[in-house]
Design a protein around this ligand. Structure first.
Ligand code: HEC
Length: 81
């Protein structure tokens, strides 16, 4: 019984933490990627990790400032559906 409760607590904690880290990647992405164009053109694209890296670099050439948050944006883009 004790064990079941411990499992339950660990489960709840880990899903909460996972959701929190996911939403912050998403928030950074929304902040950084929506200033020049809408997010729709991004959401409808499916690209590989390498292609998204190239896209982020291209956006920087257009003047985007990602302030070292590229990896978090990349994680969101690679995992989005
Ligand atoms: C400084 C302005 C600017 C910012 C900020 C910006 N973009 Fe763009 N983006 C552009 C311009 C200009 C185009 C159209 C020219 C082109 O496609 O190269 C574009 C086009 C695109 C396209 C369509 C073309 C393609 O590669 O499939 C995607 C996807 C895209 N941007 C993704 C992003 C993502 C992801 C971010 C955030 C990491 C972002 N953009 C932030 C300027 C910007």
């Amino acid at each position: 019984m004790k064990l079941a409760i411990i499992f339950l607590i660990v489960f709840i904690l880990s899903t909460t933490l996972f959701a929190a880290s996911n939403s912050s990647n998403y928030e950074i992405y929304v902040q950084k990627c929506s200033s020049c164009h809408g997010l729709e053109i991004i959401e409808k694209k499916q690209k590989t990790r390498e292609q998204w890296k190239e896209t982020i670099k291209r956006m920087e050439k257009y003047g985007a400032k990602f302030e070292g948050k590229q990896n978090q944006i990349l994680e969101y883009l690679v995992n989005k559906k």
